[in-house]
Ligand binder design. Structure first.
Ligand SMILES: [Mn+2]
Length: 262
């Protein structure tokens, strides 16, 4: 094999050429058991390495329009040439939606904010980036361990950070739905960002708060072990519905597999 080197002492050193990654994804969104319309939106673009969940706020059809505009803007992102260019295009497109929503809100006569959370996952080569605003989350399940990559931009998260609430209390707090950042919430959108390496076998979960308010992390981790990932996505939604699903709920699962595996 020309992928290996002989070290001269009989042992073989594998060249650390990174393995090609192929992406599998599965997504589900449900209006839930209480709301009349689904204000969540999502997108899967495995061919360019971009996935997103957006959760609209505003009511009376403003929220679903806001989250739809976020997804439309991300659908306009072209095939990336560089990691930096990819990220810049995602940010610029989201900033453009932010400006549009600010104008619409200012033009309305009720002063109502029309906004949407957004959580994005970008994959480029062997790295991923996550840019987000609000309380839609990205989790990474690696070696069966689930870690929350994002940090909620919400009132209750600030209280948790200050040591005034436990995460469990935050989940059921009366103001648990109040986000402190969103696309359309302020004149300048501030996205938070995390970047790291991808490993073969990584399973990402993007989700709206309709999931995480109803299912604890340990249980999410257990359901993410289901295969195929379509079954895991379906079971996450099903479990939320069984618990009353007061909010819309959306999940996008994204798994990195080796390109040569089938
Ligand atoms: Mn929600």
């Amino acid at each position: 094999m020309d992928d290996s080197l002989d070290d001269g002492e009989g042992a073989t050193i594998e060249l650390t050429r990174p393995r090609e990654i192929r992406w599998l994804s599965a997504a589900r969104s449900h209006v839930g058991r209480v709301r009349k319309i689904n204000e969540d939106n999502f997108m899967e673009r495995g061919e360019i390495g971009l996935w997103a969940v957006a959760d609209g706020v505003g009511g009376e059809r403003a929220g679903d329009r806001a989250s739809a505009l976020v997804v439309e803007a991300l659908n306009r992102v072209g095939a990336p040439q560089t990691a930096a260019g990819f990220l810049a295009e995602v940010r610029d497109n989201l900033q453009a939606v932010n400006r549009l929503l600010r104008l619409e809100s200012a033009a309305g006569d009720d002063g109502r904010v029309i906004a949407s959370t957004v959580v994005t996952l970008l994959a480029f080569g062997q790295h991923f980036a996550c840019a987000w605003a609000g309380d839609s989350r990205l989790y990474l399940c690696r070696n069966r361990r689930l870690q929350q990559i994002t940090r909620d931009h919400s009132e209750v998260q600030e209280l948790v950070d200050a040591g005034l609430l436990t995460p469990e209390q935050a989940r059921t707090h009366p103001r648990a739905n109040v986000v402190t950042r969103a696309v359309g919430a302020e004149d300048m959108l501030t996205l938070e960002m995390v970047q790291d390496q991808i490993r073969i076998g990584d399973l990402f979960l993007l989700c709206s708060d309709g999931l995480t308010k109803m299912i604890e992390d340990e249980e999410i981790a257990a359901l993410l072990a289901l295969r195929p990932i379509e079954a895991a996505a379906a079971q996450l939604i099903q479990t939320t519905l069984e618990r009353g699903a007061p909010d819309n709920v959306t999940v996008v699962l994204v798994e990195a597999v080796a390109a040569e595996d089938g």
